[in-house]
Design a protein around this ligand. Sequence first.
Ligand SMILES: NC(=O)c1ccc[n+]([C@@H]2O[C@H](COP(=O)([O-])OP(=O)(O)OC[C@H]3O[C@@H](n4cnc5c(N)ncnc54)[C@H](OP(=O)(O)O)[C@@H]3O)[C@@H](O)[C@H]2O)c1
Length: 317
Amino acid sequence: MGCGSSKEFPDDEPRTVVVFGATGLLGGAVARALLEDPLRFRVRAVTRRPSSEKARKLAEEGAVIVTANQNDIASLEKALEGADAMFLTTHYWEDKNKEKEIVRGLNAIDAAVHKGLTHIVFNGSENVRKVIGKDCGHLDSKAAIEEYLSEVGVNYTIIRLPFWYENFCTIFRPHKVKHGVYAIPIPMGDVPLDMISVKDVGQCIMNLFYRPRYYSRKTLSFGGDRLTTEQMARVFSKYIYNKKFLHPALRPKDFEAFNFPGSQELAAMFEFYQKSQLVRDVKLTKRLNPEYKTFDKWLDEEAENVENAMKEQDTIV
Ligand SMILES: NC(=O)c1ccc[n+]([C@@H]2O[C@H](COP(=O)([O-])OP(=O)(O)OC[C@H]3O[C@@H](n4cnc5c(N)ncnc54)[C@H](OP(=O)(O)O)[C@@H]3O)[C@@H](O)[C@H]2O)c1
C-alpha cells in the first residue's frame, strides 16, 4: 500500500504511467514497484528493443511494452498518448555526450507536455560544474534537464539519487590486488559516501505517483546508507570472510589518472560528493519504503553476487 492519502487518487480508474529505462536497473525497479499495484497503476514500459529478453520479461510481469527512442519525437508522442504520468530517466553512457542526453530529456518532456500528462517524475542531479568548476557530463546533463522541467509549467517531482550498492557487482566491484586481497575502488578518501539499493528506489518513486499534487514541484533525495570506505571494508569482511578488503586512500585525482572511458566524469562526480557535503534523505526513504536496506543488510543478501563479480578480472582500475 502506498503512503499517499487516497483523496488525491481516484480509486475507480488506474493511472497509466509511462516508465523510461524500464529495461534498465532504475526504470526496471520503478516499473516493478508500480506493477505491484495493478488497481492503481497501469505500466507502459519504454524500450528501443521490444523483443529483448528484458522487455519480454516485463511484459510477462504485466507491463505494456511500447517502442520509443528519446531521440525520436514521433515515437515519444506515440508512447505517451493517453497516459497520465511519466517516470523519466535519461542515459549518458552509450554515447557519453552531455548535449545529446539533454536533448533526449527535453524531447521526452516536450512530448509529455504536448500529450497533456499531469505528473512527471525525473531522475535529476545537482550541477557539478557550478560547484567544482569541472565538467561532469552525466550529472550536468541531468541538472540542465531539471532546469527545463521546472520551467515548462507541468506538475513535476525531481529525485536525486546517490551511488548504488549494485555498482559493487559491476564497475566498482572490489579490485584484486593480490591473491585473497581486494581493494575498494571508491575515491572518497575518508569522506563518507551516500549509497542506496536501486531496487529500494522503485518503491519510493511509486509512492510519489500516489500523491502527485503533494509532491508537485518538489526536489527530493533518497539514501539508504552513508559510509566511508573503511566502514565499507568492514562490512565486506563481515560477509565475504575468506578475503581481505583494503580501503586505499584513493582520491578523485588518482581516479582521473586511471584513464579508462568515463574516468574523468566519475572523478568529477566523486570530487563533487566530497566537496559539496551533500547528505541524501534517509528519513524520507524510510518513510516511503520502510523495507529499504542498509549496506550491511544488502550485502548480507548479495554477498554471493558480489563475490562472483569479483572473480572477473577485467576491472576498471
Ligand atoms: N549507477 C549509479 O550509481 C547511479 C546512481 C544514480 C543515478 N544513476 C543514473 O540512473 C540512470 C539509469 O541508470 P541505469 O543503471 O538504470 O541504466 P541501464 O541499466 O544502463 O539502462 C539504461 C536504460 O535506458 C534506456 N535507454 C537508453 N537510451 C535510450 C533512448 N535513446 N531512448 C529510450 N530509452 C533509452 C535503455 O532502454 P533500451 O536499451 O531497452 O532501449 C535502458 O532501459 C542513468 O542516467 C544513471 O546515470 C546511476
